[in-house]
Design a protein. Sequence first.
Length: 406
Amino acid sequence: MKYLVQKFGGTSLATPELRDQVVAKVISAKNEGSMPVVVVSAIGRQGDPYATDTLLKFIGGINSEIPPKELDNLMACGEIISGVAMVATLEKQGYKAVFLTGGQAGIITDDNHTEAHIIEVNPKLIHKYAAEGTIVIVAGFQGQTGEGLITTLGRGGSDTSAAALGVALNAEAIDIYTDVEGIMTADPRIVENARVLDVITYNEICQLAHDGAKVIHPRAVEIAMQKNIPIRVKCAFSDAPGTLVTSSTDNGSVEIKKDRVITGITHIPNVTQLKIYTSESPESDLPQLKIFKSMALAGISVDFINVHPDVVIYTVKDDVAAKAEQILENMGFSPVVTPSCAKVSAVGAGMAGVPGVMASIMEALAAENIKILQTADSHSTIWCLVKRAEMEKAIRALHSYFSLGE
Ligand code: ADP
Ligand code: MG
């Protein structure tokens, strides 16, 4: 039996009409000879009755006093409701279907409540129901500890559930259905002529997702990549082929366009740059090490790190910047703080070894009078820090300079 994992995001499940559309995709997969295993997110977006944030508001928000273990019990409800709604829709259309919680589907996690990691998947019940021809619907975003406590997987958790099941079931593919036509050259909310990519490598989408592209969670990509299970990002409301995520040389059948230097532009808004001159501190004091240890101790995650002999530069999220600044001052430093910045990243496997990519990026941004506050690069990504107010302009400038919309 060949399994096909199909994951549906919350917006695709919000109304009975949408669920009918989604169920048609499940049924056609089954009719074409695959055994669909459906992973669902909670229904709807912010403000909708059963959306996760609405459940949280019910008890006073994520910062309420209730222990993380109990938060997980509550947060797991949204996916249970949408999963049962899917079973009802399938049964109404004459198909046998069954709902399983993450735990019942065999997703075992560590006990890091609200941000749990999957450590094992034992899909015994899925095999049992599938053998009877029953379509299995699994609650995304959740698992259970070895002791049987409900856990949730953090942001993008349903994508991760789908990927982990895809690997455990050795699925033919993991289809991620969402509200856009596929993975695009930039966030369509910012770039009007963003284009859907036919194919992208695991590494490229991983990089795009780590640097802000919300369309799929990077952890899901990393999991699928381990077993080379293809991911397809598709639109829940159309029959367009979407984007295939694969490794570039995959048995020669897929080849990434060689002339594509940049594949996509992505962004992370609302970060603060901290610049700390360390030349006053004696080297024996290991000032660089102390700075990063103190951030770690305070639970502040740092990004975009540049360490030089007498200056350390990095970014933190705007909302923890004041705390970070205070810590640095307490250590005797006088950090130079630039708030409200954004990290804009150009990603493309094709840039490796190609001369002049950085020059092109600088030229594109200079033409729009956008100041680059900091840069870094790897074989497949160039990162630029700009002021948040110029972020959209920078994304559009790069998108257009590299003709990504064409
Ligand atoms: P779901 O609820 O289906 O998981 P998400 O909101 O998590 O949906 O992801 C889909 C959204 O990701 C799109 O509506 C789009 O605005 C956003 N997005 C950001 N960057 C990209 C990109 N490069 N390609 C496609 N979508 C993107
Ligand atoms: Mg999502």
